[in-house]
Design a protein around this ligand. Structure first.
Ligand code: SUG
Length: 449
């Protein structure tokens, strides 16, 4: 069977703003209250997706969520005869809750779910579990809509299993594919690397001292079981608490893997070199071929520069002949330490990276979201692709329609104070209504019920 990796990028929603909601995410904290430009943000993301689609990389799109989430505000006790009164009450009662209900954070679809392709699962179906994102209030409210969306797109239960987000609150905190990599060699056997930052049931596992560790060991173990993965093809590694304390709130800020290549910073994992040896051995045993491992020493790129440039939040994509394309944030090319490193990689014939493509994602980057955060990798067979519902695969026509849609509906300036503006919610709903038609989805949004 022929399998393809499709990158599903999240369309940035019309309420994209900087509310400083993510403790431990340095970009989010330092951008708080900054003026945002939702239109540019959405166009930057769409342009990245289109650039890759135009080069022949299969590319999908996932829609934004309804924001501000009136449903969430009502569930937190803000009531009223209509939506504007709920918004007014929330703005007066607790502007921080309104900000949490308004974030366009669903754009970072790496956090939408974790998936396992059908070639790796014992029941031969592709498995999906939406992330509960319970570490942050503004992100936790994404899970119900993500579930509805996945259930709608992957509704054919002969091909797909869509699980509900993990229950269990903080103990089962799950951030989705941002802490998961599937590595595979020519044999096609996929090794699943799950990364966690703490354990709920084993308090002896050291936690970071400064910032929260979002993903629990118990959650990744549950995902591997639910997705019916072969235990021999699964590895759990702990993120380095030092890295978390330096602002590495997800593992995809410090490592990226694709096919048989894994690129990471020296300080990515708690066990350092031992963990990388474990990974190489597990891969060689399971995939039957060696892992191409690129470890970047701290003496070349500091943790600080790692977090500032998002080098490891680049996308790795297969070019013909087993070579790789690295899609980096523009910040990498501007860095006095990262730019020369990338040049060296390109000049070194032993390094599998053959091309670097720099993309401008400034609006998302200011909230801590680089190229890899904006995409969810979904590996499907041709038959499964045909069984997907909706018009989510990006081609030139869809790109043109989405480009026009963004230019029509999105504001070019948004301040945190604008979140209480009832017109913003109305405009967003009009935009999402139009998008529902463009993407040929059923009415899934709360305002459509
Ligand atoms: O969860 N930022 C997101 C960034 C997510 C990046 N995703 C990956 N690494 N895969 C987060 O911290 C900031 C929102 C604000 O502050 O307004 C935010 O949610």
């Amino acid at each position: 069977m022929n399998y393809r990796e499709i990158n599903f990028d999240g369309l940035v929603g019309p309420t994209h703003n900087y509310a400083g909601l993510s403790h431990g995410n340095l970009a989010s904290e330092s951008s708080q209250a900054r003026l945002s430009n939702p239109r540019s943000a959405a166009l930057q993301g769409l342009r990245k997706a289109q650039t890759l689609a135009a080069r022949g990389f299969p590319q999908g799109i996932l829609p934004p969520h309804e924001r501000p989430s009136i449903e969430s505000l009502e569930s937190w006790g803000f009531t009223g005869p209509d939506r504007s009164s709920v918004l007014r009450q929330a703005a007066r009662g607790d502007p921080l809750l309104l900000a949490a209900a308004s974030s366009a954070s669903a754009m970072w679809t790496a956090n939408a779910c974790t998936m396992a392709p059908s070639c790796d699962t014992s029941d031969g179906r592709a498995h999906f579990t939406p992330a509960n994102l319970s570490a942050n209030l503004h992100r936790s409210i994404e899970a119900p809509f993500t579930l509805r969306l996945l259930q709608s797109v992957f509704s054919d239960s002969s091909h797909f299993a869509v699980h509900p987000p993990l229950p269990g609150g903080e103990s089962m905190a799950d951030e989705g594919a941002a802490n998961h990599n599937r590595l595979a060699g020519p044999s096609g056997n996929g090794l699943h690397l799950f990364v966690y930052g703490r354990s709920a049931l084993h308090p002896q596992v050291q936690r970071p001292g400064r910032f929260p560790a979002r993903q629990s060991l118990e959650s990744v173990q549950a995902l591997a079981r639910l997705h019916r993965l072969d235990p021999a093809g699964v590895l759990f590694l702990r993120q380095s608490p030092n890295a978390i304390d330096a602002g590495v709130f997800h593992n995809d800020v410090i490592s990226v893997g694709h096919a048989d290549t894994f690129i990471c910073h020296q300080e990515a994992f708690a066990g350092g070199r031992t963990d990388l040896d474990l990974l190489s051995m597990a891969f060689a045993r399971f995939a039957g071929s060696p892992l191409r491992l690129i470890e970047v020493p701290a003496s070349r790129v500091s943790l600080r520069e790692t977090v500032r440039t998002y080098l490891f939040n680049s996308q790795l994509l297969s070019l013909p002949g087993g070579r790789l394309l690295l899609v980096t944030p523009r910040e990498c090319g501007e860095s006095p330490t990262v730019a020369p490193l990338l040049k060296e990689w390109l000049a070194d014939p032993r390094n599998p990276v053959d091309e670097v493509l720099s993309v401008d994602l400034r609006e998302s980057m200011r909230n801590g979201g680089g190229p890899a955060c904006l995409r969810q990798r979904i590996i499907l067979s041709d038959e499964e692709i045909a069984a997907m519902k909706g018009r989510l695969l990006l081609d030139d026509t869809l790109f043109q329609e989405l480009d026009r849609w963004i230019r029509k509906y999105y504001r070019s300036e948004l301040r945190p104070a604008d979140l209480a503006d009832p017109h913003l919610h109305e405009e967003s709903c009009q935009a999402l209504e139009a998008l529902t038609r463009i993407l040929q989805l059923p009415p899934l949004y709360p305002f459509q019920q």
